[in-house]
Design a protein around this ligand. Structure first.
Ligand code: SPV
Ligand code: MG
Length: 670
């Protein structure tokens, strides 16, 4: 595409303002002239070839443009008869350079960036019109048909006409027709009329549509009064604030393009989503908040970078009252829709507006995201995540996973409540479910090598942090190896319970014989584990069985403090009561002297309490310890029985998920 700017005319209505240079050199704001603004906009649109027709004061204009810092191929075409001819003749003289799609404008036209964006994005040939401005007495008006196509352009049309401005984007096939007519006019000696007269003779054969720019700035400057109006509008445009939020940690060309467009609309504020906000809907960010903030601060043309605490724009709309919010159009549907609706209604309250650009879908971006996911699933990055999530969110939830598939379910299950996403933060690799999956009792019979294999099956296909149920931790000499292997595998936390001898599952409580380890012996195991640990991030959590074995809260508290003293990074207090009171009592008493050590709860039996209440009472990690396993067993039994009863499987259809849906859960190798 090329640009054509017509600058041959005298501009006599500007009076002294054009006595020494052509009208296009009229200053608008601090050093910016009409022509410098147009050329910059053309350059930003990615157009390289510009044809400028000249006449009056040509050398002044050429010297001025050559002093500008722009990177454009400019060809000047002089119209020596500029005093006696109109621009139709200037175009005729330039005809050999106009053999392409064309962005065509008069040299006295000032328009805001959104106008040129709209013109260039239009699929057809277009001319700018305004449906909201009054019809001018002397200037151009366009007659438009029902399909939006322009029928006539001129100063004399008033019926079914709209205010029109001489800014066109012309597809070559349309422009070719108009240019042939211009050539015919000029060769017939008709050089004093508007080029649009030639267009009108084509009777709509040249398909140009109206591009309605409504109240946006798009005005010719003919008089000093016009200049005053335009400069005032430009000041208003320059003081507009534009807001755009980013939850990304990899900047790709799609983001850069969006930023480039956004900053052309006003002073750009970028809202950087906090780690917590990103984790709530997507995944753990690979790059820290501080680094992401710095990344945006270093992009030129960004006015301010601020924090956005949630995926909702609410807080920052209230705080910054941006005139414009920019977003990709992908949020018109899907989980972000309520967020978009909220944004639109908040903007409407004070007259702000939303500008949406087509979402840049690109296989390369998907590949980049897949690679990032791979990176965050690597042990060194994954291991420290639980600590960071605890630091950022203070309260997290974990769901049981016992193989790759259940890992994927925990990884990918997300729900949206009014546009606010919710998902599990971590995975619990339970000894009970790991053993059950192998058809074995939960008595430390499944050896560590097999348990590590389960972890690997899960880590291979997921990214969320893993909390590993280490049973009793075994002998201290063995625990040393377990700790190091878990660290190598990228596990974030091991929980070991203060039992000794043949361990049985805690949900049996006192129905079976179980022995609690002594404080001294278990403290020593914790110390040995902490000494063996190679990385700073790995966590060892002490699980206390006093309430399970009905030894009372005082015993539970004494042990908790002793195990923290021995180096435990967290305490898991277990209970198998249906009522939560002993857990609440423990939380209250423990928190009265220890406000920082994370507390882990497994509310399998006292399951009527919601997460918020545990959080308020001082708990930090809630584990749903066996629910996926318990969901699958009755489903499998029902299907097995139904097939036996019916001697075929069609009765089960309703109970089964088609395999092509199951396969969707499984990511393809990127
Ligand atoms: C497990 O899930 O293996 C546990 C928790 O240890 S519980 O079964 O409640 O003891
Ligand atoms: Mg267990």
């Amino acid at each position: 595409m090329r640009a054509l700017i017509l600058n041959s005319g005298l501009g006599s209505r500007m009076g002294v303002l054009t006595s020494e240079h052509p009208k296009c050199m009229t200053e608008l704001t601090h050093g910016e002239t009409i022509i410098s603004r147009q050329l910059e906009q053309i350059q930003e649109a990615g157009i390289r070839d510009v044809i400028i027709t000249t006449g009056y004061n040509e050398s002044v204009l050429r010297n001025y443009i050559s002093s500008m810092n722009i990177d454009l191929n400019i060809r000047y075409v002089n119209n020596p008869d500029y005093r006696t001819t109109n621009y139709i003749y200037s175009i005729y003289l330039a005809r050999e350079y106009l053999n392409d799609d064309l962005l065509f404008m008069h040299g006295d036209l000032v328009f805001e960036n959104e106008v040129i964006d709209a013109v260039l994005e239009a699929p057809n040939s277009v001319m700018t019109v305004s449906s909201t401005r009054e019809l001018p007495e002397k200037d151009f008006k366009a007659v438009i048909d029902k399909s939006g196509k322009i029928q006539k352009v001129g100063v004399k049309y008033f019926d079914e006409a709209m205010n029109a401005q001489p800014l066109y984007k012309l597809r070559h096939r349309d422009w070719e027709k108009w240019l042939s007519e211009i050539i015919r006019y000029c060769e017939n000696g008709d050089r004093g009329c508007y080029a649009e007269n030639a267009l009108n003779d084509l009777d709509g054969a040249c398909e140009i549509y109206a591009c309605d720019v409504r109240n946006m700035l798009c005005s010719e400057i003919d008089t000093p009064e016009d200049l005053a109006v335009v400069t005032e509008k430009l000041h208003e445009i320059e003081s507009r604030t534009v807001y755009i939020a980013f939850g990304t940690d990899i900047l790709h060309s799609g983001h850069i393009n969006l930023i480039r467009k956004a900053r052309r609309l006003g002073r750009l504020i970028i809202g950087v989503l906090t780690d917590e906000a990103i984790m709530s809907y997507r995944r753990y960010p690979l790059v820290s908040y501080e680094d992401r903030k710095a990344m945006f601060e270093n992009i030129s043309g960004v006015w301010k970078v601020v924090e956005q605490n949630s995926i909702s724009h609410r807080e920052n709309i209230t705080r910054y009252k941006p005139d414009i919010i920019v977003h990709g159009d992908d949020w018109k549907t899907g989980f972000q829709k309520p967020n978009r609706d909220e944004t639109v209604s908040m903007l409407a309250e004070y007259g702000g507006r939303l500008v949406e650009y087509p979402y840049a879908k690109n296989d390369r971006y998907a590949e980049l995201e897949a690679r990032t996911r791979k990176d965050i699933s690597m042990p060194d990055i994954r291991r420290g995540r639980l600590r960071r999530e605890l630091a950022v969110k203070g309260f997290i939830t974990a769901m049981e996973a016992h193989d790759g598939l259940t890992g994927l379910i925990v990884e990918n299950t997300v729900i949206y409540n009014n546009g606010m996403p919710k998902q599990f933060d971590a995975m619990w690799v339970s000894s009970l479910c790991d053993s059950t999956a192998k058809g074995k009792p939960d008595i430390e019979l499944v050896d560590m090598t097999s348990r590590f294999r389960t972890i690997e099956d899960i880590t291979e296909v997921t990214t969320k942090p893993i909390i590993f149920d280490g049973d009793t931790g075994g002998r201290p000499e063995h625990f040393v190896y377990t700790v190091r292997t878990l660290e190598r595998l990228g596990v974030s936390m091991v929980i070991i319970e203060d039992k000794t001898g043949l361990k049985k599952n805690s949900l049996f409580g006192t129905e079976v014989e179980q022995t609690q380890d002594s404080i001294e012996s278990f403290s020593e195991k914790i110390r040995v584990g902490k000494r063996a640990q190679k990385t700073k991030e790995f966590m060892i959590c002490a699980r206390i069985e006093s309430l399970i074995l009905e030894r009372g809260i005082d015993d539970a508290l004494e042990r908790s403090h002793a195990f923290v003293e021995a180096g435990a990074d967290a305490i898991m207090m277990h209970s198998r009561k249906r009522e939560p009171y002993e857990i609440f009592a423990f939380l209250e008493r423990f928190r009265s002297s220890d406000t920082t050590t994370p507390i882990v709860l497994v509310p399998t039996t006292y399951n009527t309490i919601r997460e918020e209440e545990f959080k308020t009472r001082g708990a930090n990690i809630i584990i749903y310890a066996n629910h996926l396993m318990r969901a699958s067993v009755p489903a499998m039994q029902r299907v097995s029985r139904t097939i036996l009863e019916n001697r075929r499987s069609s009765e089960c259809d309703e109970m089964l998920m088609p395999f092509r849906e199951i396969i969707r859960l499984i990511p393809a190798e990127a």
